[in-house]
Design a protein around this ligand. Structure first.
Ligand code: ARG
Length: 458
């Protein structure tokens, strides 16, 4: 099969080189965007009389035919034709003859691939924003359905202070809200048309890139033709924001893994989202959550891979940049599939209120509140901290909960203790008193829920 660029060559490409340079086995994924951009380009060529209107029409019809063949799985991709662009162009020429050779007027694969990838990235951004919203939706439902549950809040994975379970869940709502914001901010930086930059320097043909931009829904043109074909910073941002999503998902999944361990027993993950062991019949493992946690590793890896591919490349296009595609494709697949599976998994979670209740008795989580009790009665916080530390030590030694100590025992540490100290020791009181903005009191958590719901509708 003769190459589109074969004229200058006397020898045939070595088959090893053909296989080594081919990318069609993965970039055929860009086919629909390639055709969409080519149709816009051909129409522009016709409107501008760079080619005849008749030729432009034939090209558009030919491309539409090819689109159908691809959709129906009838199109045969040929690796010796290198990539998605040359495969489609070759098929067009086969289909409509000589006039198909005019499509590539005032265009290079350099601006063509940059255009396709920007169209692809824009679509992924929209999909990911949508998937995050769905995930946030089930988090909000879950939080609302468990508004009455108080659970240990942790620092260092040690019991710290009681919090509403809904407050803990809504912390994730906020993280994903920022993830969404990052993708929304990225979109206009992606949505810029490189086509018209041609190989690197622009073209002498009287093109109308504004028309092409409008056809493809791009908001702007790239300002510099050399920049247009040579940067992939928008893909690095895409990978970077994706890495942040995976980081957040991995933390969420880590919590589900810990909470569902029988040693915690706070939740059970549904059978449909867990797997068994091939040897230990009793096991129900949180493999889905573990895999999401594990897949964060490959997404981080892709970010580093792309940064490394781009590092030190001289302007403008270099073939190194073909290496961008597999990493961004896998990044998008991994993030999207992880969001989908995590969304479904949330609705399978059953909360075990008794176990959570029992855990509230561990770890002396009322200690800060006892210190604050003394502060309210005039003791400095440092002094109060020291007194309560001694009370906790006393309770540990005597194997008692703080609420099991007698009034006399409290009085022996400070005369400021009174009977009302026992109300302080109730988790419901503790939570209700944390009424500072963004705190865990039911007042603020209900407010946060309302706000979250409004943000989801927007
Ligand atoms: N397959 C190539 C890529 O993905 C398309 C651009 C090829 N350009 C070139 N000058 N060889 O980067």
């Amino acid at each position: 099969m003769s190459k589109q660029w074969g004229g200058r060559f006397e020898e045939k490409t070595d088959p090893v080189v053909e296989a080594f340079t081919a990318s069609v086995h993965y970039d055929s994924r860009l086919a629909m965007y390639d055709i969409q951009a080519s149709i816009a380009h051909a129409r522009m060529l016709g409107r501008q009389r760079i080619i005849s209107q008749k030729d432009a029409q034939k090209i558009v019809q030919g491309l539409e035919c090819i689109r159908k063949e691809i959709e129906q799985g009838k199109f045969v991709w040929n690796p010796s034709l290198e990539d998605v662009h040359t495969n489609i162009e070759h098929a067009l020429i086969q289909k409509i003859g000589e006039c198909g050779k005019k499509l590539h007027t005032a265009r290079s694969r350099n601006d063509q691939v940059a255009t396709d990838v920007r169209l692809w990235t824009r679509a992924q951004i929209d999909t990911i924003i949508d998937l995050i919203t769905q995930f946030q939706g089930v988090l909000v439902e879950f939080a609302e359905a468990h508004l009455d549950i108080i659970t240990p809040g942790f620092t260092h994975l040690q019991p710290a202070q009681p919090v509403l379970l809904a407050h803990h869940i809504l912390a994730y709502f906020e993280m994903f809200q920022r993830d969404k914001m990052r993708f929304k901010e990225l979109r206009p930086r992606v949505n810029i048309l490189p086509l018209g930059a041609t190989a690197l320097a622009g073209t002498p043909h009287p093109i109308d890139p504004y028309y092409v931009a409008e056809q493809l829904g791009f908001e702007q043109l790239c300002a510099n033709s050399m920049d247009a074909v040579s940067d992939r910073d928008f893909l690095i941002e895409f990978c970077s924001y994706s890495a942040l999503i995976m980081m957040h998902l991995s933390r969420w999944c880590e919590e589900l893994i810990i909470w569902s361990s029988p040693l915690f027993g706070f939740i059970g993950i549904g059978d449909a989202f867990t797997t068994g062991s091939s040897i230990m019949p009793q096991k129900k493992n949180p493999d889905v959550a573990e895999l999401v946690r594990g897949k964060s590793g490959r997404v981080y890896g892709h970010l580093i891979a792309l940064l490394t591919v781009m590092k030190s490349l001289p302007l403008t296009y270099n073939r190194d940049m073909q290496e961008d595609k597999e990493v961004v494709f896998d990044t998008a697949d991994t993030v999207e599939n992880s969001l989908i599976v995590c969304t479904k998994m949330v609705s399978s979670i059953r909360v075990n209120q008794e176990n959570i209740q029992r855990a509230l008795d561990l770890g002396y989580m009322e200690a800060t509140d006892l210190a604050d009790y003394l502060v309210e009665r005039g003791v400095s916080f440092r002094e109060a901290h020291s007194i309560i530390g001694k009370i906790v030590l006393y309770a540990i030694k005597n194997k008692k909960h703080l609420r099991e100590l007698s009034m006399d025992e409290y009085k022996s540490f400070s005369s400021l203790f009174d009977k009302d100290v026992f109300t302080i020791l109730q988790p419901t009181t503790i939570v209700k008193r944390r009424n500072s903005p963004g705190g865990t009191s039911p007042y603020w958590v209900k407010k946060a829920l309302l706000k979250a719901k409004k943000q989801l509708i927007k």
